[in-house]
Write a protein that binds this ligand. Structure first.
Ligand code: NAD
Ligand code: ZN
Length: 243
């Protein structure tokens, strides 16, 4: 659809304070599956069918650390994944001074890898890990080397936890406040690759006050009717022209 692409280009040209808000769909073109489209991410635990959301919860982590890590290392860690056209285009728009912040629900670290500097990782990052007992930090490589076993602190033997926000855990309030301020200040907001079904995602988007709300998502979202430009296509494809 040439008209959608042309309209997006024109909107970007007229904006000087663009904010990007993204979710798992931004990284599917890098080979990392999202939750909503990937039925394969369900697991069987104690003869029950368990969703990724349940496995990635605080209670599950405490009760079944082995199952948690087996799922986590095989399904959420993609050490070989590289930024795609979407990540790279956003880094380029930031370099040009047009894009002021990337706010993401993703934990894969691909925006940073693409060269984006101001990235607000609302749900944390697989790149950071720490001992739950003595807070010693550990790199992702230690988790990868544990091969699905529960990684233990070499100093005190405590369980190492990824610095990601699990379901039932609260977000970093300072980070959330900062994200809210970017939303309110933006003259253009690009929302992409998110089902907008997890709070506070939908709430944040509602803080945007401008008239250039662009929504890029393959599937419908509850906020489609608020979009000034709705693109039902791949994020990488939509943003590639800005590379
Ligand atoms: P989601 O799985 O709920 O929704 C992803 C949305 O993106 C879907 O609506 C899907 O149709 C769309 N989509 C998928 N690929 C796309 C593409 N190439 N172009 C356009 N649209 C595409 O994801 P969510 O809303 O981000 O919420 C899931 C939660 O799980 C998040 O909180 C996130 O932290 C976590 N998660 C993170 C990663 C990651 O870090 N890469 C991966 C999976 C899940
Ligand atoms: Zn320790």
């Amino acid at each position: 659809k040439a008209s959608g692409a042309a309209k997006l280009k024109e909107m970007v040209e007229h904006s000087r304070y663009i904010v990007f808000f993204g979710g798992a769909g931004v990284s599917t073109e890098s080979g990392i599956p999202d939750f909503r489209s990937a039925e394969g991410l369900f697991r069987k635990v104690d003869n029950r069918r368990v969703s990724p959301e349940e496995i990635l919860s605080r209670d599950f982590f405490r009760r079944y650390p082995e199952e948690f890590y087996s799922f986590y290392t095989s399904s959420l860690i993609h050490a070989e994944a590289r930024p795609n056209a979407a990540h790279l285009a956003l880094a380029e728009l930031e370099k040009q001074g047009k894009l002021k912040a990337v706010i993401t629900q993703n934990i894969d670290g691909l925006h940073g890898m693409a060269g984006s500097v101001n990235v607000l990782e609302l749900h944390g990052s697989v790149q950071r890990n720490y001992c739950m007992d003595c807070r010693e930090p550990y790199p992702l490589s230690l988790i990868v080397e544990s091969r699905g076993e529960v990684p233990r602190c070499t100093l005190c033997g405590g369980i190492i936890k990824p610095d990601v926000v699990l379901y039932q855990e609260s977000l970093d309030m300072a980070l959330l406040e900062s994200a809210a301020q970017y939303m309110a200040k933006a003259d253009m907001l690009i929302v992409a690759g998110t089902s907008l079904s997890v709070q506070p995602a939908a709430g944040l988007v509602k803080l945007y006050r401008g008239d250039r709300l662009v929504l890029i998502n393959k599937a419908p979202t509850p906020m489609d009717r608020y979009a000034d430009l709705l693109l039902n296509e791949k994020v990488g494809q939509a943003l590639e022209p800005f590379l």
